[in-house]
Design a protein around this ligand. Structure first.
Ligand code: NAD
Ligand code: IPM
Ligand code: MN
Length: 346
């Protein structure tokens, strides 16, 4: 019996290496998942000139979820695949909650070695469809000394309110019940004003949730020096992108950081992907850490309504990370096999 239909988009570089491990673990914990692989990314672009044909977009809209590896390749001009494939999917499927959990796993060490597993556990709710990513702006007098380029940040009341509301709702289900908004309201007064007013208004509807505000530069510092202070962080698209790479670095590295691009209304499929990219520097060597992709599978399982299986996947990751020794060489497929075995046994 088919329990869910998902689309796999391995993409570029290490994307295919880590998605293969995600699939192993998924099959181990939830037999009956029907997974269909889509060939999108640099290879297809070079072969056919296509990035994301409309017909494929329509087909993807019919799945229960999408597991994506990574997109982007040095042989393709920057932005072609990132905007044309990844951002197009996030925007078309209204995945406005870009959920990026950070946890210090057993076996990993925290910032400056002083923080212990369990002490860092926060989630960044990154706005996923607006901000500087919207693509507004342009260029004039290109390739002349008078060249001008602008990138405008698009912030709508609707878009800001819905993501802030989601952050409060999430905080309500967590132990510490705290939301920190991160922005740069002291400089970006137009967008910052909208975010600050909306945050204050939504906060009034959630009187039992504690609130805090930090400018993004300060947040970048505190994420490194005191990551324990955070519970739920809500922020705009670009700040969230940058802060979640920092968050990954302080919780064991980019190879462990998972994400969900979520459409809470379920009008469209949500998409699950590692925070990392295609890592051209290690692609094809079989040494990429698949844990981020596997933890993204746990987020997918939660989204599909299989929390017990999601916890088994997380347990498998905890066992795997606890058994690692610093400097140990890592083989992507071997880690995938071990994770699948641990998850089956759990
Ligand atoms: P990256 O995340 O691909 O790599 C940064 C560094 O982290 C590299 O040294 C890489 O080897 C390492 N790394 C990343 N994932 C790893 C893993 N699983 N295991 C071990 N090491 C890992 O970022 P980048 O180099 O800035 O970008 C490379 C390409 O990926 C670009 O084309 C970029 O646009 C794209 N990108 C895509 C996504 C995505 O698809 N979601 C995310 C980020 C970057
Ligand atoms: C990420 C990536 C993407 C982003 C790029 C590749 C479009 O960096 O998922 O974090 O900036 O959102
Ligand atoms: Mn990023």
């Amino acid at each position: 019996m088919t329990v869910a239909r998902i689309a796999l988009v391995p993409g570029d570089g290490i994307g295919s290496e880590v998605v293969a491990q995600g699939r192993k673990v998924l099959d181990a914990v939830l037999p009956g998942i029907e997974a269909t692989e889509y060939d999108l990314g640099a290879a297809r672009y070079h072969r056919t000139g296509e990035v994301l044909p409309e017909s494929v977009l329509q087909e993807l809209a019919g799945y229960d979820g999408i597991l994506l590896g990574a997109v982007g390749d040095p042989s393709v001009p920057p932005g072609v695949l990132e905007r044309g494939l990844l951002l197009k999917l996030r925007f078309a499927f209204q995945q406005y909650v870009n959920l990026r959990p950070s946890r210090l796993w057993p076996g990993t060490s925290g910032p400056l070695g002083s923080v212990k597993p369990g002490e860092i556990d926060f989630v960044v709710v990154r706005e996923g469809t607006e901000g500087l990513y919207a693509g507004a702006g342009g260029t004039m007098h290109t390739n002349t000394p008078a060249e001008v380029a602008t990138e405008e940040s698009l912030n709508t009341r609707h878009g800001v309110e819905r993501v802030i509301r989601d952050a409060f709702a999430r905080a309500g289900k967590r132990e510490r019940r705290k939301v920190t908004m991160v922005h740069k309201t002291n400089v970006l007064t137009h967008a910052g004003g909208l975010w600050a007013r909306t945050f204050a208004e939504v906060a009034r509807e959630f009187p039992d949730i504690a609130t805090d505000y930090q400018h993004v530069d300060a947040a970048a510092m505190f994420l490194v020096t005191q990551p324990q202070r955070y519970d739920v962080i809500v922020t705009d698209n670009l700040f969230g992108d940058i802060l979640t790479d920092i968050a990954a670095a302080v919780t064991g590295g980019i190879g462990l950081a998972a994400s969900g691009c979520i459409n809470p209304e379920r009008d469209f499929p949500s998409m699950f992907e590692p925070v990392h990219g295609s890592a051209p520097d290690i692609a094809g060597q079989g040494v990429a850490d698949p844990v981020a992709a596997v933890l993204s599978v746990a987020l997918l399982l939660d989204h599909l309504g299989h929390p017990e299986q999601a916890r088994r996947v997380e347990h498998a990751v905890a066992v795997e990370l606890s058994s690692r020794t610093p400097g140990q060489a890592l083989r992507t497929d071997e880690v995938g096999d071990r994770l699948a075995a641990h998850a089956s046994a759990a």
